[in-house]
Design a protein around this ligand. Sequence first.
Ligand code: PA5
Length: 445
Amino acid sequence: MIRVDFANIDSGRVGPDRGVEWERELEAAAGKLEEARLALLARQDDPEAMLGWVRLPEADPEKINAYVRANSWVSDLLVLGIGGSALGAKALAPALAGSGARLHFADNVEPEPVAALLDLLNPETTLVNVISKSGTTAETMAVFLLALEWLRRNLGDEWRSHVVVTTDPKKGILRPFAEKHGLATFAVPPDVGGRFSVFSPVGLLPLAFAGVDLDGLLAGAGEANASARAEISENLPAQTALAQHLAWRKGQRISVLMPYSSRLSLLPAWFVQLHAESLGKAYDRHGSRVHVGPTPLAAVGATDQHSQVQLFREGPFDKLVVFVRHRAADRDLVLPAEEGLEDLAYLFGKSLFQLLSAEAAATAHALAAARRPSYTIYLDRIDAFHLGWLLQHLMWQTAYLGELFDINAFDQPGVELGKRYTYALMGRPGYEKLAAELEAAGVKP
Ligand code: PA5
């Protein structure tokens, strides 16, 4: 079960300048949110709307599970992908991985870590999963070229059984390459964008290799779908989107995601991409310049209490903090008494989870006392079901925010130009005009 406690955004707690009268605002926005809900539901089967991620929880993961079972020789999965093609599995694996293969993510082109990975891995028991929807992403393709050469050098013709390709069902260069060499393939549905693809084979295949319970994950995501389709009083994604939108309008332009869990320490990185790439937009749907988008910021409790919380509590009044807490630990540790350390007696006999929970409650209250708004998302526990629910909830929240900002949350025009300049600097044919522009500006690799 997921529940959200909005008490600390209420003006009764944090004052009228930064807080809101939550119940009143919710009632006032009910019409607008209902419009957003109906608009999203009406568009969900339109391939152009890029809402294919809504259907992913209904897909049967058996093909993926069967592939993993058939490849039980895999000790290490080398995942080659970047952005939405890596961040979902990267965020979930530390919390959910069971006794499966070890996952390694090569999501950058810095040579030393890539070389270190190839030195570390045993090609005999490594499967390379190249993930690129477009099949054109320079970073992913560059490391793929190196991995192919590494496999061929070590395994000869056997390399083919050590590569699995996740890409568009038709488009791009990876699909014909896979067909030519008889490689195993999985498809990214065309109407699912990268940052919304964690519950497609993009995220599910690596997670299945790591021993994650895909059925639980998808069942949880299904709960988020049910909530997002429900009427507004029961609709958590619409409500958290409203809280985010109100915060933006009140000048809290930074949206912090702070799970109290080291196992979820990479979840904010996934959220940062989801919100930043979806909501940071220059134009609204009518072509007017708007330059909107809350700046997402990553934090982890309790660690960041000794770092960023100083800024959150005393710095500019520009943040909304969202805590993610779990209600029960799967395994807890009781703190033993120690003679000579009686100053710590307040800890003796308590558990680490009690301390973690107290830290989260204390931080939320300390922020509210300094008139800093926050809300808390509670998960019953950290497991596949609840994380499936949470991630799909955050995707729906993003979709609702797209409606509230009246922007297209499913494109990313701002990242395209940088990609094209990179191609030009690397001498890709067809980019000569941009190369000339860069040369004139004195830009060099
Ligand atoms: O969310 C997105 O669309 C991006 O982050 C992409 O996932 C990223 O650019 C990688 O793209 P591709 O899967 O085409 O290699």
